[in-house]
Design a protein around this ligand. Structure first.
Ligand code: SF4
Length: 759
């Protein structure tokens, strides 16, 4: 830890170099921003700060406060533009100075500005899903607590601890003791908190260090300071400080670097991008966050300084070798620990806006939905070579033939912007070398013989049981004659595979699955029978009272050829405890497939991702299945299944995310291609969940197979997927044709039948 004397003595270049090392060590090359709208609830303020143009006299305002309708109009516009945060900015306690403010509050039934603010936070959260962030100045503990119940974070600039600054003359709420008391009370209440210093209002560097050390000290006690804004003073016409010198860029860089070196590394350091002309200099000084950037509203505190357009911000960030990621009003550390940091009323809104890392969802796409996926692979490629960063380091290792372990896999899942394209390019190259350019598919038919199930998987919208939360559809059990009829029909239509999966009906005994196989055989002697999950065969063996190997041998002798990998979900028992607590555990799934491979039945691996788990669980799943593949060689393919959330019990109970983002889904295919290289050659896209446009992009990111034509797909549809129950070969050709690659029919075991299209 550098002393104040060191910080004051070191040359700026040395200081910023040290700050960059600390920043990169704690936050890597990722720089965040919060897409938000600004809601100036009232521009009246009882304080008179020498630099402020935000506060207005009542005569200059049409109304003392925004009405609820005006507040909602701004929030809704932000929602439509992809924002996640509603930042309420307002003056401090105007009702203590202006009768017009007091009268307005009385007329509208509010005891105070803070009470009205709380009401507007609640309204915005309920009506729009935006996460309120309240910036109401120096508050008392009861006021902070009231706002905690309706906001996902709060903020107050400390500005300076210097007593008697001319800038703060006439501003009782800017008294340092008052600001520090607010910061401390916010910590005691476990409020994710934003604070900061204002550089250039008369404080010297020693004073700035004192303010930063006071913030660090409060954070040390409570862990609540998410970020510290280092803001440069700019003089504004019409203010008492109109003729004061603006904060020199070098002083701002010094203060940013000092903040980075004084504050604990987990506290983020931010500088507003609209108050500086040189964005690269801010990055070089050690920031890792740009703060709020609005596509909708002006910066009401600095209206003369427009927000940079997002692509300008992205360009500046990437030019410095960084990647840009949207965040929520609360940072991932806080979003991923809601029990400590969030009122229960806010927890689902945060979850619903989050991706798997606890950052903001970066697109409106969701699996099975109708929104178009973003074109992640077609953005102009930023110069990749020499970028550095953890993702580039892992990819460099891959190029040298190094195996990726759990930590490297998690790093790859964190790729953003140009890094996503880098991962996809490596995966695409590995795909080409492993299996060439052919895009394969199998003609198959799904038969889900029953949707009645004794299990209570919380992500499952398909099953119907006595405790089922989902009332869509009726319970059914197909007659075996109907199974035979469907198989014969599929055979006649050219299907080479029938895929059998269903619920675990309470009346089934182990022989039921043998009867199903007989029924299939009666419909076609030649069709490949791909059926029965690890759960079904484990239950079948248990209900038959025979060892699993013996039961699987019986199924094989009755005609079963391969097992689907479904029921794997996530092979991480901490996650299974949340999403499928009564299902087989990870080891039982692995053991079922190990045993199947031992008796000569091959199978595939699935992963259902995007509900509650984090990338570390995806990595565990991949590494565990890769180890089994090295042991048995029995897996034919890896099939990522993005969670389709719409009608699932766990989402309807407000306990899951809305599936993966498109970036996460793309990376799942690409990272799997890299992690399984040399072990599993086939990476399949589920068109049911990804849609045609999404599937096409994934075929450029490591995937080589489109799965089955799937007459009668029921399971994703039950969860709300919109992409149809069946794909004709012509539909698959439409996906593949723009890629200039041939579409080739395959068998279940990847024997190629010849090109279905000649591209
Ligand atoms: S996922 Fe399978 S086992 Fe779980 S409830 Fe649905 S049908 Fe039953």
């Amino acid at each position: 830890m550098l002393s104040d004397a060191d910080l004051l003595r070191l040359p700026l270049a040395d200081l910023t170099a040290l700050a960059r090392v600390v920043r990169d060590g704690a936050h890597g090359r990722r720089v965040t921003y919060s897409p938000k709208v600004f809601i100036p609830l009232t521009m009246l303020c009882r304080d008179r700060c020498g630099y402020c143009t935000f506060a207005k006299a009542p005569a200059r305002l049409a109304s003392p406060y925004l009405t609820p309708e005006e507040v909602l109009a701004v929030a809704r516009a932000g929602r439509a533009a992809g924002c996640h945060e509603a930042l309420f900015t307002l003056g401090e306690r105007p009702e203590l100075r202006y009768p017009v403010a007091r009268d307005w509050l009385d007329a509208h039934g509010h005891a105070s500005t803070v009470e009205y603010l709380a009401e507007m936070c609640r309204l915005v959260a309920e009506e729009t899903g935006l996460l309120p962030h309240a910036n109401a100045g120096a508050l008392f503990a009861d006021e902070l607590a009231r706002l905690r119940a309706v906001s996902a974070g709060q903020g107050m600039m400390l500005e300076s601890l210097a007593e008697g600054l001319a800038a703060h003359r006439g501003a009782p709420d800017k008294a340092p003791a008052r600001r520090l008391a607010t910061l401390e009370a916010a910590g005691e209440l476990a409020i994710p908190f934003t604070t900061g210093i204002l550089v250039g209002i008369g404080d010297d560097r020693a004073g700035q260090l004192a303010a930063l050390r006071a913030i660090a000290s409060s954070h040390g006690r409570h862990g609540h300071v998410q970020e510290v804004i280092v803001q440069n003073f700019l003089p504004k016409a019409g203010t008492a400080m109109a003729r004061a010198e603006p904060c020199p860029p070098g002083d701002l860089q010094w203060a940013i670097a000092a903040a980075r070196l004084v504050l604990p590394p987990d506290v983020h350091v931010q500088a507003p991008p609209n108050l500086s002309d040189e964005l690269g200099a801010l990055l070089d000084a050690g920031i890792d966050d740009w703060g709020g950037v609005s596509p909708v509203t002006a910066d009401h505190v600095n209206p003369e300084r427009a927000w940079p357009a997002l692509d300008v911000l992205r360009g500046a960030t990437e030019a410095g070798g960084h990647t840009l990621a949207p965040r929520l009003t609360l940072y991932p550390t806080f979003a991923l620990d809601p029990g400590r940091w969030l009122d229960p009323a806010l927890r689902f809104a945060v979850l619903d806006a989050s991706d798997a890392e606890g950052l903001a969802r970066d697109d409106a796409w969701c699996s099975g939905g109708e929104a178009h996926p973003p074109a992640l692979l077609d953005a102009p490629s930023a110069p990749a070579a020499g970028r550095g960063g953890a993702v580039a380091e892992v990819l460099a290792g891959v190029a040298l033939g190094h195996e990726v372990g759990p930590a490297e896999i998690v790093t790859l899942f964190g790729a953003r912007g140009p890094e996503v394209r880098m991962v996809a390019e490596v995966a695409d190259d590995l795909r080409r070398r492993a299996v060439g350019d052919a895009v394969t598919f199998v003609r198959n038919r799904n038969i889900n013989y029953t949707n009645v199930c004794t299990f209570k998987c919380r992500f499952c919208a398909f099953s119907k049981g006595p405790l089922s939360l989902n009332l869509r559809g009726a319970p059914y059990l197909l007659e075996l004659d109907e199974v035979t009829r469907r198989v014969a029909e599929a055979d006649a239509e050219g299907a080479t595979e029938v895929c059998l999966q269903g619920g675990i009906h309470p009346d089934f005994d182990g022989d039921y699955y043998l009867h199903v196989l007989e029924a299939v055989r009666a419909g076609s002697a030649r069709i490949h029978i791909h059926g029965f999950t690890a759960l079904e065969v484990t239950e079948g063996a248990r209900r038959s009272g025979v060892p699993l190997a013996e039961y699987l041998t019986r199924l094989k002798e009755a005609g079963l050829k391969t097992l689907p990998g479904t029921a794997a979900e996530i092979l991480d028992d901490d996650v299974r405890a949340l999403i499928c607590p009564d299902k087989i555990n990870s080891e039982e799934w692995l053991e079922a497939h190990r045993t199947a491979h031992a008796v000569g039945l091959r199978s595939n691996i699935t992963i259902m991702f995007g509900s509650v788990e984090r990338p570390a669980s995806w990595a565990r799943h991949i590494v565990r299945t890769r180890a089994l593949q090295r042991e048995t060689g029995g897996f034919t393919e890896f099939v990522p299944l993005p969670f389709v959330h719409m009608a699932t019990p766990i989402y309807l109970q407000r306990k899951a995310r809305r599936g993966p983002t498109f970036r996460e889904a793309l990376l799942m295919h690409a990272v799997a291609r890299i992690a399984y290289a040399g072990d599993i050659d086939n990476i399949q896209v589920s068109w049911v969940k990804m849609g045609a446009e999404g599937a096409r992009q994934l075929l450029r990111a490591g995937a080589n197979d489109l799965g089955g034509t799937l007459m009668d797909e029921n399971i994703s549809r039950a969860a709300g997927a919109q992409h149809g129950q069946r794909m004709g070969v012509e539909d698959l050709e439409a996906i593949v044709a723009p890629l200039g690659r041939p579409l080739v029919q395959r068998s279940t075991l990847y024997a190629l039948a010849g090109a279905a299209s000649g591209a």
